[in-house]
Design a protein around this ligand. Structure first.
Ligand SMILES: C[S@@+](CC[C@H](N)C(=O)[O-])C[C@H]1O[C@@H](n2cnc3c(N)ncnc32)[C@H](O)[C@@H]1O
Length: 436
């Protein structure tokens, strides 16, 4: 999808239905159709089908619509399995069968690399599908509003109440009734974040409220309404994208085992969402590397850094989040990886500080915005022999690869890692080598 829809001029469409032939799926989970020189982005459509769609909004360069009736179904269309599908905004492509979801994400990735990155002939490597289509999420962010606990409607701030979500780990669904009761007792709650460690069977819960909640109240509700496996509950405020901890009751971290590795994961650290592909994801990134020195930018709790450290002499990891860096340092100790060092720094400053050092490999795994604030420039100046770029956003990946390729690198291949089945999100790994 080109441009940000919210930046376009909007015009409410009213009740208008149009028959559309859907060409393909595009980023955002929309079916794309062209009719009479106009582009239509259609929710809940599948490629190669004919639908009657209701126009939701007319914008300058396209119209947004939603499927009202499928006239001729796509060969990959199926019945969605969740009763909330179509109402809850958490899933966009549950109506497409799973192998096709992975294939369509590959198409979206290569098309985006061609269109934005001007990269022709992208070599697609074998994808890593999710181990399970459902029950894969170990992290969930519930929205709370007007007594409802659930998820936002598609591109809306209205909360759709849910009893259970098929995408989340069944153990998280098991504590939803207790969390709903907690929200009933604390009406100020706006969001509830849950992290679950499937290997320890432990939960961390964060309650986000605009003002501080009495510590004794949260302590009592934790005891009365939540199981003992909820090892800690914190109270947080939100400032735009950032959460600020006020206090934490109980333990603020758990552990996660992935293969032979044990990671400490604190409530404020990032951990990869889909437990059914953790091991294969690590293997896809560190599988065939060897080096004297490697850097792992955006290293989080060391998810790739620790396994990397077995493949070479020395790895330095850095992350801007102090909680993640503490976890990474602790995890390196308990896993006996004394050839690793972790530094709390933003990626740009970290790389700049290593100018002139011989680095064989750089692993990148930035947030959705991709490489920012001069990070790309210092990266290509440091001339690592290999770059492995893990991305959760095809558009910023395409922009960054275009830049990196201009500076003497070759793209050896890309692969989709399907971290988020039933949703439009496209996670990928790109492999680059220096040509000089
Ligand atoms: C997608 S997560 C990946 C973490 C890790 N590679 C993993 O697999 O668990 C992105 C990480 O980038 C970090 N981050 C965000 N902005 C950053 C910046 N400007 N410099 C360094 N790290 C940053 C976040 O704290 C987060 O841990």
């Amino acid at each position: 999808m080109r441009g940000s829809p919210s930046s376009e001029t909007r015009k409410e469409a009213g009740e208008r239905t149009i028959r559309l032939s859907i060409e393909k799926l595009v980023y955002g989970g929309y079916g794309l159709s062209r009719s009479e020189n106009r582009v239509y982005l259609v929710r809940y459509a599948a490629p190669k089908e004919l639908v009657d769609a209701e126009i939701l909004e007319e914008r300058k360069s396209f119209s947004e619509a939603t499927v009202k009736r499928v006239v001729i179904p796509s060969p990959v269309r199926r019945d969605p399995f969740c009763p909330h599908f179509g109402e809850c905004g958490g899933c966009q492509i549950q109506h497409i069968d799973y192998p096709a979801q992975v294939f369509l994400k590959e198409e979206i990735l290569t098309e985006t690399l061609r269109r934005i990155g001007k990269i022709k002939d992208v070599k697609l490597l074998d994808p890593i599908p999710s181990g399970q289509e459902t029950g894969y999420r170990v992290r969930v962010q519930l929205k709370v509003k007007g007594g409802k606990v659930g998820f936002f409607r598609w591109r809306s701030r209205e909360v759709v109440e849910i009893d259970s979500c098929p995408l989340v780990h069944p153990r998280i669904n098991g504590i939803l009734p207790g969390l709903r009761e907690v929200a009933r007792h604390i009406p100020e709650i706006q969001e509830i974040h849950v992290f679950y460690s499937p290997t320890e069977d432990e939960f961390l819960v964060k309650l986000i409220t605009p003002t501080e909640v009495d510590r004794n109240l949260i302590s009592r509700l934790k005891e009365d309404l939540l199981p003992a496996e909820v090892v800690g509950v914190g109270n947080y405020s939100r400032l735009r994208l950032f959460l600020n901890r006020r206090y934490f009751i109980g333990r603020d971290h758990t552990y996660v085992k992935v293969g032979k590795w044990t990671f400490r994961v604190s409530a404020d650290s990032f951990f990869q969402v889909n437990h059914t592909l953790w091991e294969r994801f690590i293997e896809a990134v560190v599988g065939d590397v060897s080096f004297r020195k490697a850097l792992d930018l955006h290293c989080g709790v060391g998810f790739f850094t620790l396994p990397l450290s077995e493949r070479g002499n020395f790895v330095e990891g850095s992350d801007s989040n102090p909680s993640a860096v503490d976890d990474a340092q602790y995890s390196a100790r308990i896993n006996g990886r004394d050839n690793t060092v972790f530094v709390k720094s933003d990626a740009y400053r970290f790389l700049k500080g290593r100018a002139g050092e011989m680095v064989d490999l750089v692993v990148l795994d930035p947030p959705r915005g991709g490489l920012e604030g001069g990070e790309g420039e210092v990266l290509v100046k440091s001339r690592p022999g290999r770059i492995i770029y893990v991305s959760c956003n095809p558009s910023t990946l395409a922009r960054d690869l275009k830049f990196i390729l201009k500076h003497g690198y070759r793209l050896e291949g890309v692969r989709v890692v399907d971290m988020f089945p039933q949703t439009y999100h496209v996670e990928s790994v790109s492999y680059l080598t220096l040509q000089e």
